[in-house]
Design a protein around this ligand. Sequence first.
Ligand SMILES: Cc1cc2nc3c(=O)[nH]c(=O)nc-3n(C[C@H](O)[C@H](O)[C@H](O)COP(=O)(O)OP(=O)(O)OC[C@H]3O[C@@H](n4cnc5c(N)ncnc54)[C@H](O)[C@@H]3O)c2cc1C
Length: 465
Amino acid sequence: MRSPLRTIAIIGGGFCGTVLAVNLLRRLPGQPCRIVLIERREQLGRGVAYQATGHRLLLNVPAERMSADVQDPLQFARFAQRRDPALGAQHFLPRELYGDYLQELLREAVQAAPAGVTFEAIRGEASALHRINGNGPYLIGLSERRRLLANDVVLACGDAPPVDVPCAPGLGQHPCYMCDPHQPAALGADCGRMLLIGTALTMADVALAAAAHNKGVELHALSRHGLLPAIQSDTASHGVDAIADELRACLADGPIRARRLLRAFRALTRDLRRRGGDWLDAVNAARIAAPELWQRMPTVERNRFLRHLRVYWDMHRHRMPPATAAHLARLRGAGRLHIHAGHVRSIEDAGGSLRVCWRPRGASALRELTVDRVIDCSGSGRRLGRTRDPLLRDLMASGLAVTDPLSLGWLTGAHGALIDRDGRAARHLYYLGPMLRAAHWEATAVGELRVYAQQLATALAQVTA
Ligand SMILES: Cc1cc2nc3c(=O)[nH]c(=O)nc-3n(C[C@H](O)[C@H](O)[C@H](O)COP(=O)(O)OP(=O)(O)OC[C@H]3O[C@@H](n4cnc5c(N)ncnc54)[C@H](O)[C@@H]3O)c2cc1C
């Protein structure tokens, strides 16, 4: 079977799929090509993060750092100002507006596409992927028994879908238990008391939305350390690239161990404080240096980092807007939100509600909490090996994709090329999205993903079908 025209299929039309399509539409002059974007949701450009939820959830980053285009840092800020001149580049804007922006970018790129380059959106779910004759084009199995032949395939299907937390086996179907915090039903309009597992950014979203939805709800949030995300600073960072260079210089030679990384990071923060700087700039700098440092860490050291340091990294790296922090503080002050440090031991059905048994951090006695709903906001259940997603299972079963040894994501080579079961990097099959964290560590936010999207589009524009 031959595809008459080079077809690049992108599975997933969230941030990554949409921005990749925009980049491809701009980068393929003179090459007749068909770009097909497959998305199971109703709208392109929104994915999990930028849906219209009706709760006016804010972006975690000011507009001036949310451009989808590396070369045009104020693109999103200008879009927002066209909508409402009162919106400034330093403002934390609604997430829904960001989805509108991505949709407009795609519309404009489609209209301006060079002759011979076409764009097509397919609403549907991709559930299988098979390479014809081992080295021919890919055949994508779609919902409603449709099929699509593509020369290049990019999986832009997001993070691993959530699965049930290990301490709640068999609760997956329980009406009071939600492993996916982004489902509208997770807000529990009729709940008296809710437990949110996790105290990071997802918890903040769910707590604010649930409190707005249900004025009488009592919220409990629990994580190992009970730490809330740090708050974004109002002032822009300066000289972060130079600080990243200092960190690289400290770690220039020899293997990178978690302990050594911590020592170098602490020295950097002390130095920054001495110079009168903001110590959080050390986090911003470490984020820039992270991919190359991560790649130099042996697996055993990466594992150490995950076990002992990740919680501190996550809380300082993934910060919340000041308005979100103030809102959470008001809920806590009013006794509507309680933050706990501890560990969930078990969750059991208690006849229409759930009984949660947990151990406070540092204590030996167990405590119980009976709640109307438990929502897993921890992200800890995102294990590819346990996923029920048909496409991901199919990829693992066929050996076209394999998970990294720490289950952070897919094993990938240059530009996200998937590495197969035999250790070979595919030439025409890529992954783009947060599961690149297995290779780069930093791969969750727009700041990194827009760069990976642009690099992949450039690589695809250079490849001949
Ligand atoms: C709630 C939230 C808020 C965030 N806020 C910020 C922020 O303020 N600033 C920032 O820098 N970053 C933020 N991020 C991080 C970042 O923007 C996201 O990680 C990014 O959106 C990831 O995009 P993605 O396209 O890889 O995944 P997703 O957004 O998950 O999109 C994947 C898409 O693929 C579709 N899909 C999956 N499988 C299939 C299939 N088999 N067939 C068809 N379609 C499929 C899904 O329906 C989905 O639409 C946020 C993330 C989240 C979750």
